[in-house]
Design a protein around this ligand. Structure first.
Ligand SMILES: NC(=O)c1ccc[n+]([C@@H]2O[C@H](COP(=O)([O-])OP(=O)(O)OC[C@H]3O[C@@H](n4cnc5c(N)ncnc54)[C@H](O)[C@@H]3O)[C@@H](O)[C@H]2O)c1
Ligand SMILES: O=CCCC(=O)O
Length: 505
């Protein structure tokens, strides 16, 4: 829950928080732009989603701050674009090493503001740092081509990749450090400068990048991080600012659409856009699947970050011959493996949802499904004794297309089991969605593998695997799940433009 204004107990909290870090320099509450930490007049109060305790008063940036940051980043671009690939590579490698050295402190920030279990936060920091390592190597590989002209081999056509300019980065709260990493690392590797607008719920992990970039040796103005409680106004402003060359957004399809409209508004400037948006992942267990492997896959995919992951299994299709066994075995696994509570408790695997709006959404989806005939095999209620943002891990059976839960991204710990008979049927029903980010299926049949790999309408597919996240993977979706691919050998391309040079002897 976020409130405008100051945290009333800020002084005391700041002292006690500082003592819990190995190096409290990672904990920043001021905005970072034009190479300086700036304490604004306005602040908003950040609270721990598990306990509602105040964490910190955070500098609340407005349009004038963003304008100053964008102008500063535009100025810094003039020299940064000419920097040697080896110097950018070295600075990115420094960030990777600093993240590894400060892993525990950075993970502490993630758990404080997002609520996820500390073990998952450590994994997120590792994952985030891997993008800096990967793109430190890619900085050397902005390769072009030489082609003969079509009318004469004497004539040569050269292509080179150039950075774009100022990149506006807008990110969500669910992976507060990794979602910035996946954009910031390639943008800097290519020689762009960046202005980051983090989610209001998770400014601390974002601000830590200001400190990391300073320590790593990036020049002033190259990386700017501005927390704000005015996402709609600032988002529009970034999309329409003349000096911003690209907008890259990760978040919901709803907000992605709004930002696309801002960018393409006739009065605005023309910019490149990347969109990493929502999902509704099908997870299919065929008759010949290794059922234990599939159950491991559900546990890993469905309950990561308490179900608040864009690639979480959203609709679990189970062949009718295995349906009852999968349902009862899943219930047993959830009973033994899942423990709810504060992310700082070592036994906990399920933290809170991010806020009361998220809990209300999950609760409404479950009620709608129940009213339309779904059965609650497990959970199905809030876990209010733990706090206002907790919801019990839940299994719904007999889920079908009449229910909202089939069509909407749940973003909570609710496993929806759907029965199917044939491959054609499950393919058609899986593709019955306006989004297509990730999909998973478990089978031993090579024919089924090849068919679904081709016909499942998603950007990323796990075959007998639910752990698909990797800096090496081209991450992204089809349909209303977005535009562009992040990470991988392709990821840097979205932060460059191709320039053609025609040479005649
Ligand atoms: N495809 C991916 O890689 C990926 C990764 C992570 C999350 N997601 C998606 O993100 C969503 C969850 O994150 P969320 O709740 O933070 O999403 P969100 O769309 O509500 O918010 C994302 C960002 O947009 C900002 N924002 C909100 N309203 C805005 C507006 N009117 N104008 C401009 N900016 C605005 C927020 O402050 C935040 O920074 C889910 O749909 C999830 O699937 C996608
Ligand atoms: O929430 C979406 C991002 C998750 C990931 O990159 O693994």
């Amino acid at each position: 829950m976020l409130k405008a204004g100051k945290c009333w107990h800020f002084g005391i909290i700041k002292r006690s928080i500082s003592s819990s870090f190995r190096d409290s320099s990672v904990f920043k509450s001021e905005a970072y732009f034009c190479g300086e930490w700036k304490k604004g007049d306005e602040t908003f109060c950040l609270r721990n989603p598990a306990t509602q305790d105040e964490i910190s008063s955070i500098t609340d940036c407005g349009i004038s701050d963003y304008n100053e940051a964008i102008k500063g980043a535009h100025g810094a671009f003039k020299s940064f674009r000419k920097s040697a690939p080896s110097s950018r590579s070295e600075a990115l490698q420094n960030i990777y090493e600093l993240m590894q050295e400060n892993k525990e402190d950075l993970a502490r920030l993630v758990t404080m503001e997002n609520g996820k279990p500390y073990r998952e936060s450590l994994a997120e920091v590792d994952y985030a740092s891997s993008y800096f390592k990967w793109f430190s190597e890619e900085a050397h590989r902005m390769v072009g081509t030489i082609m003969p002209g079509s009318g004469s081999t004497e004539k040569k056509i050269l292509t080179i990749r150039r950075p774009l300019g100022v990149v506006g980065i807008l990110t969500p709260w669910n992976f507060p450090t990794a979602m910035i990493a996946r954009k910031l690392a390639p943008a800097l590797a290519a020689g762009n400068t960046c202005v980051v607008k983090p989610a209001q719920e998770t400014p601390l992990s974002a601000l830590a990048y200001g400190w990391l970039c300073e320590q790593a040796g990036f020049e002033s103005g190259v990386c700017n991080i501005l927390p704000t409680s005015h996402a709609d106004v600032v988002g529009k402003y970034m999309c329409q600012h003349d000096l911003v060359s690209k907008i890259t957004f990760t978040g919901s399809t709803k907000v992605g659409r709004i930002l696309m409209q801002h960018v393409h508004n006739k009065t605005g400037t023309i910019k490149k856009v990347s969109m990493e948006l929502g999902g509704n992942a099908p997870f299919i267990i065929f008759e010949d699947a290794d059922i234990y492997k599939a159950l491991d896959g559900i546990m890993a995919s469905k309950f990561r970050n308490s179900g608040q992951t864009c690639i979480c299994a959203n609709r679990i299709f189970v062949h009718e011959s295995l349906y009852d066994t999968v349902a009862s075995s899943l219930a047993k696994r959830m009973e033994t493996d899942l423990v709810m509570g504060s992310g700082f408790d070592v036994h906990v695997t399920q933290g809170p949802l991010i806020n009361d709006k998220a809990v209300n959404k999950v609760s409404d989806l479950v009620e709608d499904a129940k009213n339309k005939g779904a059965k609650v095999l497990m959970g199905g209620t809030r876990a209010s004794t733990l706090g206002r943002n907790f919801y019990h891990p839940t299994i719904l059976t007999d889920v079908d297309e009449s229910m909202d839960v089939f069509h909407k991204e749940i973003f909570g710990p609710v496993a929806c089991l759907i029965k199917f008979k044939t491959t054609e049927e499950v393919l058609r029903r899986s593709n019955d969605s306006n989004v297509g980010l990730a999909g998973y299926f478990y089978t031993a049949n090579i024919g089924t593998i090849m068919k679904l790999a081709e016909d499942l309408e998603v950007g990323m597919i796990g075959v007998n695997s639910s752990e698909i996240s990797d800096a090496v993977l081209p991450f992204g979706g089809v349909k209303d799940s977005g535009l562009g691919r992040e990470g991988s050998l392709y990821g840097i391309n979205d932060y460059t433009e191709l320039k053609s040079i025609i040479l005649e002897p």
